[in-house]
Design a protein around this ligand. Structure first.
Ligand code: MLC
Ligand code: AMP
Length: 517
């Protein structure tokens, strides 16, 4: 049987000169470190050997909540290499959120920041996890201390294409988060398609400035560079000025729209600064047409917008060059997310699940080798989200025009995308509703110049109480990741409702749409 382990495919793409730079760190206390391709392979082998030495059950989950660092990337690759399942967790998650993920995924091994060891290890040990390691963003922690005693040679585990490689948790419109199960084959097929579609070249250099606990930074960016044997200029934190400086040495940049608006705020963003760049990719949230146009005017480059999800990795992309399936259509059209990627089947359906006419709006459904197999231990949820003919219901609402371009016009799921992170109002409302003095709450997304959209909470007080909006926000901060916290909170006598008694969120959105303009 051939080995479909994603790490093997990535390593096979390493350049012939293994001493060339694979990753160079920029900014922060660890700036200027160079990791060669050989370093990556050896370090990955050492961590994989450490994992093997723990004799974990096959396909164990390894949950990781650490600050971004090259060593965190090495841990990801080592987990794939050892044939276990990587479970990345946003560093903003609070104890209650981590408790849920660890309880649901039952990881055999947890890796956390040294500063969080006390509370994370308590949660992990209570959930039955046997091994908890630490990893700092300054090359400290027990993971590396222990890995240092292991050999730097390792035979990658043999994996089938449909073998589970990563679980990514995504929140839901009802209930708690669901773990999207992605296989080695899902990830590899998508990485190869994007390498070809975006015309990756032998001398490309990627500026990596995104977090690595979500699909965009972990898969699209990292897999993209590695599957092409291209070096990465690595920032642990997005810094507009540092990115601008790096443009002189790089060719590819990927960001959520907020990164583009923050770069546009820099006077140093000029045609000259971006002259050596080949490709700017945007995704994870809608790119405003104003940003798209301003970028073109300032830099002479047209941002390539693409669309994806945790459950599916990348689904559509504007063309980088002529796509033979769409002769003559080479334009990257602002406001659209381009064409379904090769291998991806995308259809737009009405409420009854029937395909609509070209140009008409409906729910987007997708099928392809990149689409996940289901949610971890939630067969009913999985069954609900797939059609009988195997299409996944994205929850996004859109249309396909006569030229084949897909446009996202909205979402049927009640979701706010803030600075590229998903915030499910239901989750925030459920926390608010448990707070003293709160009878009911509604959280809506309103436009925001930096984050695109942010949450605003509207709360009804219990009779005889007067909850303080700021106190409610402060209390939420202890329970939810910071990006989920509503930027404003109002206590009101009543919420607008329709005749069925359902809260009319559209009216609330309208009422508060000018808050941040
Ligand atoms: C930070 N804050 C946010 C926020 N990020 N608020 C709302 N939305 C966000 N996204 C708030 C914090 O709560 C804090 O508030 C204050 O901003 C400063 O925090 P920070 O951590 O210092 O912020 P900063 O470093 O400026 O982060 C902003 C950012 C970051 C845009 C760089 O959010 C980011 O990296 N976003 C990218 C997300 C991403 O990678 N998404 C891909 C998902 S994959 P306070 O009040 O506490 O001070 C996906 C699929 C696909 O969607 O298609 O790609
Ligand atoms: P996540 O669950 O974090 O993977 O977020 C996936 C969601 O992000 C999708 O279902 C879309 O709603 C949204 N999304 C991703 N890319 C785009 C884009 N280019 N334009 C609009 N929405 C996007």
């Amino acid at each position: 049987m051939s080995n479909h382990n994603l790490y093997v495919a990535l390593r096979d793409a390493f350049p012939a000169d293994l001493d060339a730079t694979a990753v160079e760190t920029v900014g922060g206390a660890q700036s200027g470190l160079r990791y060669s391709w050989r370093d990556l392979d050896r370090a990955t082998a050492m961590v994989a050997n450490l994992i093997d030495s723990l004799k974990l059950p096959p396909r164990s989950r390894i949950a990781v909540q650490v600050e971004k660092s090259v060593e965190a990337l090495i841990l990801y690759l080592a987990t794939l290499r050892a044939g276990h399942v990587f479970l990345p967790l946003n560093t903003a998650y609070q104890a209650g959120e981590i408790e849920y993920f660890v309880g649901n995924a039952e990881p055999a091994m947890v890796v956390c920041s040294p500063a969080n060891f006390g509370w994370v290890s308590k949660i992990a040990f209570q959930a039955g996890t046997r091994h908890v390691f630490t990893l700092g963003d300054d090359r400290t922690g027990s993971l590396l201390d222990r890995a240092a005693h292991h050999s730097d040679v390792h035979t990658p585990a043999t994996c089938a294409a449909d073998e589970l490689g990563v679980i990514i948790y995504t929140s839901g419109t009802t209930g708690r988060s669901k773990g999207a199960m992605l296989s080695h084959g899902n990830m590899l097929s998508n990485a190869r398609v994007l390498r070809d579609y975006w015309g990756w070249k032998a001398d490309d250099v990627l500026i990596h400035a995104l977090p690595i606990f979500h699909v965009h930074g972990l898969f699209v960016a990292i897999h993209g560079a590695l599957i092409n044997g291209s070096p990465m200029l690595w920032l642990n934190k997005f810094e507009p000025r540092a990115v601008l400086e790096l443009m002189g040495r790089a060719t590819v940049f990927m960001g959520v729209p907020t990164l583009y608006t923050r770069l546009l705020a820099e006077p140093g963003l000029t045609r000259e600064a971006a002259a050596g760049m080949r490709l700017f990719v945007s995704g994870s949230a809608p790119l405003l047409i104003e940003t798209f146009q301003a970028w073109r005017e300032r830099t002479g480059h047209t941002i390539l917008e693409r669309y994806g999800m945790s459950e599916t990795i990348m689904l559509t992309s504007n063309p980088y060059r002529e796509d033979p399936r769409h002769p003559g259509q080479t334009e990257r059209r602002g406001g659209t997310v381009g064409f379904p990627l090769p291998g991806v089947q995308l259809r737009v359906v009405d409420d009854a699940g029937r395909p609509v006419e070209t140009g008409e709006i409906g729910g987007i459904q997708v099928r392809g080798p990149n689409v996940f197999s289901g949610y971890w231990r939630m067969p009913e949820k999985t069954a609900e989200e797939f059609t009988s003919d195997g299409f996944f219901k994205t929850g996004d609402v859109g249309k396909v025009d006569e030229r084949g371009y897909v446009t996202i016009v909205g979402r049927s799921k009640d979701l706010i995308i803030s600075g590229g992170y998903n915030v499910y109002p239901a989750e925030v409302e459920s926390e608010l509703n448990q707070m003293p003095g709160v009878a009911e709450s509604a959280v809506v997304g309103v436009p925001h110049p930096d984050f695109g959209e942010v949450g605003v909470a509207v709360v009804i007080a219990r009779p005889g109480t007067e909850p303080d909006p700021q106190a409610l926000i402060n209390a939420l901060k202890a329970r939810l990741a910071n990006y989920k916290i509503p930027k404003r909170c109002f206590v009101v006598p009543e919420l607008p409702r329709n005749t069925m008694g359902k809260v009319q969120k559209n009216l609330l959105r309208d009422q508060h749409k000018g808050l941040f303009s």
